[in-house]
Design a protein around this ligand. Structure first.
Ligand SMILES: *Cc1c(COP(=O)(O)O)cnc(C)c1O
Length: 300
């Protein structure tokens, strides 16, 4: 029997998501930008998915959901948007952490080359960033704080809600890469208080090459891809409707089973941790409770 234990890299497509993909590709073949009936039927599916993704994230009607090609694009768009808006006001400092995904670290590296000051905070031995350390770096120069909700390797959860509250007091926008968290633990963008939140379909049983960026009402957002007027001018290109619909099905299914799945998976996680700890020199990386239900990070 094969055991697949690399779900942080990608997950198997949920059968219900595959069904939705096929049905949408077959029946809603129109271009949502076309004004005729076939196009408008596709447009209706697109907007229905947007409303459902928004609801799943606890977004308000004024917030935006922008469909993207995945988590990387959503992270890039959030970071470059906040940086561009910041630069216009002469603010050129960004605070993030050393444990971010490359989809965050590499755009930050690019901005550093362009003259931004980028501070990457270390995490403690528990794999969690210190809010105190972060607070020390805040100033009028800061145009963005970017801290992931859950780490993709060590699985630790970061205090994003606390960080958002702190940044709100200083009027600093906050981005969170929630790619590992969405579909695996409750994620409410409004409760978190973030301005930008990135998610990716293939990390919760949706298809690869599809994701979304939540943008809080009023937060600046610029397109990475210029062209047509799709996504209200914020992301050009004909929408990948079958993937968007499949992502929506996958997220709703994941969330409908979340309490049971999280309980079952974290019990298995704890059992695996207990077993691995019996191996001489086995060390669990980081905090054993503030971590994703399905993540075990061990060193030997
Ligand atoms: C997978 C992942 C991404 C990238 O998402 P893609 O959809 O593969 O582009 C970004 N951040 C984290 C934390 C991830 O795990």
């Amino acid at each position: 029997m094969q055991v697949y234990a690399d779900n942080a890299a990608t997950t198997r497509l949920r059968p219900a998501a595959l069904d939705t993909y096929i049905k949408t590709a077959r029946e809603f073949y129109g271009n949502p930008s076309s004004l005729h009936e076939v196009g408008q039927a596709a447009k209706e599916v697109l907007e229905d998915c947007r409303a459902r993704i928004a609801r799943a994230l606890g977004a308000t009607n004024a917030d935006r959901i922008i469909f993207t090609s995945g988590g990387s694009e959503a992270d890039n768009q959030a970071i470059f948007s906040a940086a561009r808006a910041g630069a216009r006001k002469g603010k050129r400092k960004i605070i993030s952490t050393a444990i971010e995904h490359h989809a965050v670290l590499h755009p930050l590296e690019r901005l550093r080359e362009e003259g931004f000051e980028v501070v990457l905070l270390p995490v403690g031995e528990n794999g969690i960033v210190s809010v105190k350390d972060l607070e020390r770096e805040l100033s009028d120069e800061v145009c963005l704080v970017s801290v992931m909700l859950a780490n993709n390797e060590i699985g630790t959860l970061q205090p994003v809600k606390e960080i958002s509250a702190l940044c709100k007091a200083h009027k600093i926008p906050v981005h969170t890469d929630a790619v590992q968290a969405v579909g695996h633990m409750p994620v409410n963008a409004t409760e978190l208080g973030v301005d930008y939140l990135a998610l990716s379909a293939h990390k919760f049983g949706g298809p690869r090459g599809c994701g979304a960026l939540f943008v809080k009402a009023g937060a600046p957002v610029f397109p990475l891809i210029e062209g047509g007027a799709q996504e209200r001018n914020k992301r050009a290109g004909t929408e990948n409707l079958p993937a968007i619909a499949a992502m929506t099905t996958a997220l709703e299914e994941a969330l409908s089973m979340l309490p049971q799945t999280a309980q079952k998976v974290s019990a298995l996680r704890d059992k695996l941790i207990a077993g691995l700890r019996k191996i001489p020199h086995g060390i669990l990386n980081c905090d054993d409770k503030l971590r994703l239900p399905g993540n075990v990070g061990f060193g030997f």
